[in-house]
Design a protein. Structure first.
Length: 115
């Protein structure tokens, strides 16, 4: 299993970023996928998750309509569109898949929201 995140960077408050997670080594279309984030000195927290068919999506309370999770099963890629970014959104963002009781994580992509 390999998960490779990209799309992070420095953005001003109120700005937008689109994160991507390229997946390989498993049948991407069959699994629920998730985005997590970890800010300095804080625990890792769930940002959003999406079922294999994209019919159901869940978000952390802090998202409040600002982020949208999506996936392209034909491209084996997970996305996170982030709008109205705040300094509190500064964190390393990870994608995750759970298979056979084991969690697989990417190495993460850093998002910094600062003026």
């Amino acid at each position: 299993v390999q998960l490779v995140e990209s799309g992070g960077g420095l953005v001003q408050p109120g700005g937008s970023l689109r994160l991507s997670c390229a997946a390989s080594g498993f049948t991407f279309s069959q699994y629920l996928m998730s985005w997590y984030r970890q800010a300095p000195g804080k625990e890792r927290e769930l940002v959003a998750s999406i079922v294999s068919s994209s019919v159901s999506k869940d978000y952390g309370d802090f998202v409040k309509g600002r982020f949208t999770i999506s996936r392209d099963n034909a491209k084996n890629t997970l996305y996170l569109q982030m709008n109205s970014l705040k300094p509190d959104d500064t964190a390393v963002y990870y994608c995750k898949v759970s298979r056979y009781g084991m969690d697989h994580w990417g190495k993460g992509t850093l998002v910094t929201v600062s003026s």
